[in-house]
Design a protein around this ligand. Structure first.
Ligand code: HEM
Ligand code: HEM
Length: 199
């Protein structure tokens, strides 16, 4: 009996959905939260931001472990091409193809193993890990007292500097996924189904 498989394994789809939902929660709460400052109490949105952010750190770690050990889905070298000459050359060729299409106001056709899309996905994952770990470092500093409080101040500065990129990634990545879905080049279910197998 042949099993009709999704492109992405079940753990990949599970961790992707959970991480995406936690990041959307982070962005939403960041709009309404009141942070604790001298004499000013935090509000519930800040508490949600803290705890779903700590959850995002666990989920990002699980996502990395899953990439390292899975035997199906995008190769780790496509997501993180930065240490291989051959991968970087393929990325350069894909970027130049992308620019040629953009110059003609056309979107390049969808390729499931596209070097540029995969490298952007890898950078997105690294960005979420950076946001979650800088937030967690700041939190641990307040909770347990990290020696040399400057580390936690720097962590929070980095957190704030990179926060706008999270919006850019989410909007850009979701828009590309929706365009590919509605132009019938790929189905969102390839990543957003939680069924073990198709059908
Ligand atoms: C900020 C939250 C998100 C993060 C961090 C994220 C991250 C990622 C990563 C790392 C991959 C590559 C996984 C792999 O190849 O193993 C991926 C793929 C994908 N994501 Fe997201 N994602 C997010 C939100 C979304 C949203 C909201 C959508 C849909 C509207 C979406 C749709 C997809 C699809 C369809 C793929 C598969 C693309 C393909 O196989 O060609 N993602 N995402
Ligand atoms: C992937 C996880 C996270 C994302 C995407 C994220 C996103 C954001 C965003 C968008 C802002 C608003 C920045 C601004 O407008 O200047 C922010 C601020 C902040 N976040 Fe996070 N965050 C994450 C995890 C965490 C964690 C784990 C904590 C602590 C437990 C945390 C604590 C804070 C604090 C204290 C602020 C600054 C508030 C201020 O003084 O204005 N974040 N975060």
């Amino acid at each position: 009996m042949t099993i009709n498989r999704y492109k992405h394994s079940w753990p990949t789809r599970l961790f992707h959905a959970a991480l995406a939902l936690s990041i959307i929660t982070q962005l939403a709460t960041s709009q309404f939260m009141v942070t604790p400052k001298a004499g000013r109490p935090e509000n519930v949105f800040f508490e949600i931001h803290e705890y779903s952010g700590l959850t995002a750190l666990v989920l990002a770690t699980l996502f990395f472990l899953n990439i390292a050990f899975r035997n199906r889905g995008t190769e780790a070298g496509l997501l993180f091409p930065w240490f291989s000459g051959a991968r970087l050359r393929a990325l350069g060729a894909d970027i130049s193809q992308f620019l040629k299409s953009a110059a003609k106001f056309r979107l390049p056709p969808y390729h499931s193993e596209s070097p540029i899309a995969s490298a952007v996905h890898g950078l997105g994952l690294l960005l979420m890990a950076l946001m979650a770990s800088t937030g967690a470092l700041w939190w641990a500093g307040g909770k347990f007292g990290v020696p040399g409080s400057q580390i936690t101040d720097v962590a929070m500065e980095v957190h704030e500097i990179f926060s706008n990129l999270v919006w850019v990634y989410l909007i850009g990545h979701a828009a590309m996924a929706l365009i590919h879905h509605y132009t019938d080049q790929m189905s969102l279910k390839e990543m957003w189904s939680l069924k073990k197998h198709r059908g």
